[in-house]
Write a protein that binds this ligand. Structure first.
Ligand SMILES: Cc1ncc(COP(=O)(O)O)c(C=O)c1O
Length: 342
């Protein structure tokens, strides 16, 4: 059988030969001692692309989010975030376990939170009964909102809510470059009105490991300490930072190919019986509803296409660096087979 086409996530990509070559040639030093030149180069480039004073290389998006929460939301206080936000659903309760932070999940529209809803939920009070709000966290693009992109105006309005209450805003930008490429809005513009922002190199950008968190110099000093505490201080990390640097230099613009392929698959089957699309597909993540998820996944899988069940009737297919134009027809045929009634 042909090689499987793995659409379960954009985290499944493997480093390309050119990326591996960059890794092999990387200059390295001890990054816990802050002496790795490749890590420094990656952090400087990331900070510049995000329009922030500084950035810190961390092992995962999960750690980036946890550091942002620990640095900005004191124990016993509350972080407001989406009900499908990654730190709420998929980070093993780290904010609560490590930071003693309460989470206040809000329902958004395809992952986009309404600034008025946030304002309504913010708690700032002398009342001794209350857990005060310490942080608002948004996700851009929204993973479980179908790779949806935050409108700049909504981010500005969330900033205004935060400012009027003296609280901070974090953006989980695991796929922020997807948002930038799809909208034509620079990543730095999306990051302007948040205090801290994280990005992942190991998703559509195709690096094997790594994320970064960015913000003010003072935040990054604190983040460096928290990273060490969490066990994320890495020694000759330049070997993996080189892959991330390569990804920033060569793989950002190509994210639009992933978006185009996701849209092509969707438009080839939209309107046919046996499948429906609960939300738009502006970037690389397609959610679809099917009557029998396990049957659908089995049929599609037997044709070498792997997808993820995410609900009793819902599946997710994510497009990335290792999905090519000549895979698109095979994906469409596999989906059509899955859509046929039993
Ligand atoms: C929106 C979002 N944030 C954070 C993460 C966490 O990244 P990691 O798997 O590197 O911990 C993911 C992972 O898929 C994600 O989709």
């Amino acid at each position: 059988m042909d090689t499987p086409i793995d659409l379960r996530s954009d985290t499944v990509t493997r480093p390309t030969p050119a990326m591996r070559e960059a890794m092999a040639k990387a200059e390295v030093g001890d990054d816990v001692m802050n002496e790795d030149p490749t890590v420094h180069a990656l952090q400087a480039k990331t900070a510049a692309m995000l329009g922030k004073e500084a950035a810190l290389f961390v092992p995962s998006g999960t750690m980036a989010n946890l550091i942002a929460i620990l640095a900005q939301c004191p124990p016993g206080e509350t972080t407001i975030l989406g009900q499908d936000a990654h730190p709420y659903r998929f980070e093993a309760g780290g904010g609560a376990f490590v930071g003693g932070v309460m989470m206040r999940p809000l329902t958004g529209i395809n992952g986009i939170l309404d600034p008025d809803d946030i304002a309504h939920c913010v708690v700032r009070t002398e009342d001794t009964h209350a857990s005060e709000t310490g942080l608002i966290a948004i996700e851009n693009t929204t993973n479980f909102g179908g790779g949806n992109i935050y409108p700049l105006d909504t981010i500005k309005r969330i900033r205004a809510v935060a400012d009027s209450n003296g609280i901070r805003v974090h953006c989980d930008g695991a796929r922020l470059f997807n948002a930038a490429v799809a909208s034509g809005i620079p990543a730095a513009d999306f990051a302007r009105d948040v205090d801290t922002v994280s990005v992942c190199f190991s998703k559509g950008l195709g690096a094997p490991v790594g994320s970064a968190v960015a913000g003010s110099k003072a935040f990054i000093d604190r983040a460096r300490k928290l990273r060490k505490m969490l066990g994320g201080g890495m020694r000759q990390a330049g070997v993996i930072a080189a892959a991330a640097l390569y990804a920033l230099e060569h793989h950002v613009e190509r994210l639009r190919d992933d978006h185009r392929r996701a849209a092509a698959v969707r438009s080839a089957i939209e309107g046919m019986p046996g499948i429906s699309f609960p939300m738009p597909t502006p970037t690389n993540i397609v959610f679809a509803d099917v009557p029998d998820v396990m049957k659908f996944i089995g049929e599609v899988g037997s044709r070498g296409v792997l997808i993820l069940p995410v609900g009793s009737k819902r599946i997710r297919a994510v497009f990335h660096l290792d999905v090519h134009d000549n895979d698109v027809d095979r994906i469409i045929e596999a989906f059509k087979a899955g859509m046929k009634p039993a």
